[in-house]
Design a protein around this ligand. Structure first.
Ligand SMILES: C[S@@+](CC[C@H](N)C(=O)[O-])C[C@H]1O[C@@H](n2cnc3c(N)ncnc32)[C@H](O)[C@@H]1O
Length: 221
């Protein structure tokens, strides 16, 4: 049973029984570096929350060889498919995708101040009022993102839902630990994605000609 009060369901014909989960109990700390293969040269740890089909991870790893990417995806199916593919393509030492709820997994990660970037691509697509309580970007996730980021570390959030962008912006502008890092000084808006990698939904939004609202903040020194 997790803090959020649900148990992991196991079905007899579950094709995803090999889903990767973080070791240990839901409240035990985990050394974030232990999730990657040891390396002789320094590496930069990044986290993607809710990566879905995982395209961003593969493009990001190809774009920057220093990157070690931790994926937390609540949907077991997608977490398992992405994690299997990471390992099958020889990238498992640099990136894993765990079938985990970010609201439970992030508080376990130690130490703080070790993460270079956190990505939330097109989270929270629901727009009905009753879905507000399911928003990923709430206080627990946000305070842990701030704890994990190194000074100058970046939080990148993008969405194609205009009122969600306004909501994220209102929420993030109030965070004392963050400063906006967009195209213009004092503004978090970015016209382009600067990370050399796109998420599946980002690609679809571009193909469909939808506007994309991109916000970037940095942790204050
Ligand atoms: C709209 S999809 C976007 C997928 C992908 N980021 C993209 O841009 O194509 C949102 C994703 O967030 C995942 N998600 C929602 N709540 C989550 C949580 N609490 N922890 C981890 N992943 C979550 C969903 O399962 C889904 O894959």
């Amino acid at each position: 049973m997790t803090e959020l009060g649900y148990q992991r369901k196991v079905h007899r014909d579950d094709p995803y029984t090999d889903a990767a989960h973080l070791d240990g109990r839901w409240d035990e700390p985990i050394a974030i570096e232990s999730l990657f293969a040891p390396a002789e040269s320094p590496f930069a740890i990044e986290i993607e929350i809710g990566g879905g089909r995982g395209l961003f991870a593969f493009e990001r790893l190809a774009f920057d060889p220093e990157v070690r990417l931790l994926g937390l995806e609540i949907r077991k199916k997608w977490a398992t498919i992405v994690d299997r593919k990471l390992r099958a393509t020889g990238l498992g030492g640099r990136s894993r995708c765990y079938a985990e709820d970010a609201r439970v997994a992030l508080p376990r990660l130690q130490p703080g101040g070790r993460v270079r970037a956190v990505f939330l691509h097109f989270p929270d697509p629901w727009w009905k009022k009753r879905h507000e309580k399911r928003l990923v970007l709430g206080d627990v996730v946000q305070s842990n993102i701030e704890r994990l980021l190194m000074p100058g570390g970046e939080l990148f959030v993008q969405t194609d839902v205009e009122h969600r962008a306004a909501q994220y912006r209102a929420f993030l502008d109030e965070r004392a630990a963050l400063e906006p890092k967009g195209d213009a000084p004092g503004d978090p808006l970015l016209a382009e994605n600067p990370y050399g990698a796109r998420s599946p939904r980002e690609k679809r939004a571009i193909a469909d000609g939808l506007p994309i609202y991109r916000l970037r903040y940095a942790k204050r020194a």
